[in-house]
Write a protein that binds this ligand. Structure first.
Ligand SMILES: [Zn+2]
Length: 351
């Protein structure tokens, strides 16, 4: 009898543990730039829309500080269900004027990635006094490079190694200026324009930095911490209905990705991308990949998926998004995004 009880308790514990782990090993990071009615639509939400987003988060999600979420995932500690992190890039003054008061009302923590040498230097940027005040009121600050440059851009005649050293130096110097002004160094770096390549992400990682990008997707303990996805929440992405689907998304556990380097050159011909999915919660035949709103052809071999990526003819930032419904949790989707960064024919990068 006693043995039976032990086995029942063990079975129940296992069942509970497996229910909990799949969802609590997950979080979503939102990315905002401007919160204003008068800034470019593509990178802005109005203060009214921002309030609507925060109200939705208050009713449906757990908003936690970035540091707490990253540390939990790295240490494989559980997170509350439906954890969300709020981040901003660029350090615009309208965050202080329009977003900060709303965030304070909801008592939400948030993180701003800034270009430290620009703080207080131009009128559309935060100044250090505002940064310090916000830091005392639930905001944390992190690194977005010194000058918001296209980091993949090389100087004329610059070797690969010199480019990598110069870029890393830029990031280290930005981190120092931040630390001198706010008194701590998170070593969190958001790639300007979300652009990175294999070498840069390997380098920042080897220097102890965690990288944040702008391709979409949830994050989990099995994510690539040198380029974590974030969901842009501005412009057309600000619609609360479509945003809600993303806020409920799960990180697709993808391995053996055939595509290693997101930096590609034109001409980029149609080609096959393969990857494997490691979870019983996804039926591989239900994975769909999209490029420019078009469903891509795919073929399956057990858990390995081959997707036909269309040729890319224009420079700029492109992505293939793959989604699949969770079988255990109706209405929730796994998400995986593969970005492509393409320079112009003469090696320039578009804003
Ligand atoms: Zn930026």
């Amino acid at each position: 009898m006693r043995k039976n009880w032990i086995s029942i308790v063990a079975t129940l514990t296992c069942a509970l543990f497996s229910i909990n782990t799949w969802a609590t090993d997950n979080a979503v990071i939102l990315l905002y730039h401007h919160v204003s009615d008068t800034t470019p639509k593509l990178t802005s939400v109005s203060p009214d829309t921002f309030r609507q987003h925060m109200q939705y988060l208050a009713e449906n999600h757990n908003v936690l500080p970035l540091k707490q979420v990253i540390e939990a995932l790295q240490n494989k500690n559980p997170l509350p269900e439906k954890t969300v992190v709020i981040t901003f890039d660029d350090g615009y003054a309208n965050i202080y004027n329009n977003a900060h008061p709303i965030l304070r009302e909801f008592a939400f923590p948030y993180t701003i990635f800034v270009n430290p040498p620009l703080i207080g230097e131009v009128d559309y940027q935060l100044d250090w006094q505002q940064v310090k005040l916000m830091a005392m009121q639930n905001a944390s600050f992190a690194n977005h490079g010194k000058q918001h440059a296209h980091m993949l851009s090389k100087h004329v005649g610059e070797s690969q190694q010199d480019w990598l050293n110069r870029t890393m130096q830029d990031i280290e110097e930005a981190e120092k200026i931040l630390e001198q002004n706010i008194g701590y160094s998170l070593k969190y770096f958001a790639y300007p324009y979300g652009e990175f390549d294999e070498q840069l992400k390997t380098r920042i990682s080897s220097q102890g930095f965690i990288g944040f990008a702008q391709h979409s997707g949830a994050i989990a303990s099995y994510s690539d911490f040198s380029a974590l996805p974030r969901y842009p929440a501005a412009g057309v992405y600000g619609n609360i209905k479509t945003l809600a689907v993303k806020l409920n998304s799960l990180a697709m556990p993808v391995t053996d990705i055939s595509f290693k380097d997101p930096k590609v050159e034109l001409p980029f011909q149609q080609q096959i991308m393969t990857f494997s999915v490691k979870t019983a919660d996804i039926a591989p035949q239900q994975i769909n990949c999209f490029q420019n709103g078009q469903v891509l052809n795919k073929s399956l071999m057990q858990n390995s998926i081959s997707v036909e990526i269309n040729s890319i003819t224009q420079p700029g930032r492109h992505r293939v998004n793959c989604t699949a419904p969770s079988m255990r949790n109706k209405g929730r989707f796994y998400w995986y995004s593969q970005p492509f960064f393409v320079p112009t024919a003469d090696g320039n990068w578009l804003d």
